[in-house]
Design a protein around this ligand. Structure first.
Ligand code: FES
Length: 141
């Protein structure tokens, strides 16, 4: 039995089959436009004296922890945003040379303030606050 015979027996016409497929596409599109928000209730501390966090001792360095990207800008400020892209949740990277967060999946980019710079993402990133006390860097909502 080929596909056409199967669909005929099942009572599914080509038009209804296409409609079923389009329903799936519509749902995916809706999810994409709704965006992905970052974690809520964020409050954790990174000890910058630990080698695991040493990337944050260098201007332009960054790491990801608990769904958050924490970066040290080229001017030495600490910034933190949600790790997942607001388009389809792909993990972002920090690009200090372009002063932006970038998504390798479809090319969206966000400023260091989390604002959409390049689509297809159309929703800004959730931004977190940072406070440095000695070698303890607190990241919080
Ligand atoms: S997941 Fe599509 S641009 Fe990030």
């Amino acid at each position: 039995m080929d596909r056409k015979e199967f669909l005929s027996i099942a009572g599914i016409t080509a038009a209804s089959f296409a409609l079923i497929n389009c329903m799936g596409c519509s749902k995916q599109s809706d999810n994409a436009s709704a965006g992905i928000t970052g974690p809520t209730g964020v409050d954790f501390t990174l000890d910058l004296s630990l080698s695991a966090n040493s990337a944050l001792l260098v201007n332009g360095g960054y790491l990801a922890s608990k769904g958050v990207i924490v970066a040290k800008t080229t001017t030495g400020s600490y910034i933190a945003v949600q790790q997942s892209c607001t388009h389809e949740s792909y993990p972002l990277i920090y690009q200090s040379s372009g002063q932006q967060f970038f998504c390798n999946n479809h090319g969206s980019a966000f400023t260091e303030a989390g604002v959409v710079k390049n689509s297809p993402a159309n929703r800004n990133l959730t931004v977190y606050q940072t406070t440095l006390t000695g070698t303890s860097l607190r990241i919080f909502s």
